[in-house]
Design a protein around this ligand. Structure first.
Ligand SMILES: [Fe+2]
Length: 308
């Protein structure tokens, strides 16, 4: 079985020529099944729908999970849950895609089981990006007209980077000062996505959903291919960043709960994911983990072959 996989297209006017070229390569890849591992769009569901349209000529089953960027909203009526539960699956169905967040898909002796996942700050970078660096967590909210509004976090004080705890990332912002003016890093999902629950609660929710899907698929197929948008294993998030903004973003890479669910699922041989913007295929804890990201300019669709 030949799988063609992509993630992190981040489609907008700027990336259109490249996305069209990648879509052409996907459709001509002579694969048996297409897997989209999220972040088709740069900034919201309208773009998401356009990308699915570009992939309409792929001749086999087309499977997808959304990414965080596919859920972004710019207006003041944030209803992320409705977008995720209704709008995205309906758009997928309208373009002939199967949304794995709804239910697994069985193709021959292989079940494709997945969901987007979320992050719980577990993968945050422990080591300071700059030696001796001190930082202060800052709260970020959606203000007037969808703009960012900053506020102090009760009890938060300036301290060494190494003292940041996972919960310090729940405010979604960080301030630090070196020689010049202060810098601020913001995790932008905070102004474009609103689940009405904490990030760790959502990471747990999605891991539970993945477990349910794995249980439903067991017995339906000889082997299972997992699909997530967010990173499922700590080993896949353990690179060090010297740039404070990128180091800050590590907290939002994914959740080990996704990996635990996959390891508990009998017959999972491969997991396809994205979000990191680093295409890579490697073995992790007895599974093959494939980052299908095409955000790097020289990355193209990932072709994976499962033995018959
Ligand atoms: Fe993402």
């Amino acid at each position: 079985m030949r799988i063609v996989a992509i993630a992190d297209l981040h489609y907008d006017e700027q990336t259109r020529p490249r996305v069209e070229a990648i879509a052409g390569a996907v459709c001509g890849a002579e694969a048996d099944v297409l897997v989209l591992a999220g972040d088709c769009a740069a900034d919201g569901p309208e773009r998401f729908s356009e990308v699915l349209g570009l992939l309409a000529d792929f001749p086999g089953p087309r499977l997808m999970v959304p990414g965080n960027h596919d859920l972004w909203q710019h207006d003041s009526r944030l209803d992320t849950r409705r977008l995720y539960d209704e709008v995205i699956p309906a758009m997928a169905a309208a373009h002939g895609f199967h949304c794995l967040d709804r239910e697994p898909f069985v193709l021959g002796d292989t079940a494709f089981v997945g969901c987007m996942g979320w992050y719980d700050y577990s993968f945050h970078q422990r080591e300071a990006p700059l030696p001796g660096m001190t930082v202060t967590p800052v709260g970020v909210e959606r203000g007037e007209g969808g703009r960012m509004a900053f506020h102090a976090v009760p009890g938060a004080r300036e301290g060494a980077w190494e003292e940041l705890r996972p919960e310090d990332y729940s405010a979604h912002g960080l301030i630090w000062q070196t020689d010049g003016p202060p810098h601020v890093a913001v995790w932008n999902d905070t102004v474009h996505v609103d689940w009405g629950r904490s990030d760790p609660a959502m990471a747990e929710h999605f891991a539970g959903r993945l477990r349910e899907h794995l249980a439903a698929a067991s017995g339906e197929a000889r082997r299972i291919v997992g699909v997530t948008h967010f990173v499922p294993f700590a080993e896949l998030a353990d690179y060090h960043h010297d740039d404070p903004t990128r180091a800050f973003a590590r907290a939002y890479l994914g959740s080990p709960l996704l990996g635990e669910a996959l390891l508990e699922g009998a017959g999972v041989e491969l997991v396809i994911y994205g979000h990191r913007h680093r295409q890579e295929v490697r073995e992790v804890r007895g599974l093959v983990a494939a980052d299908a990201g095409v955000a790097d300019q020289d990355a193209g669709p990932l072709l994976l072959t499962l033995p018959d």
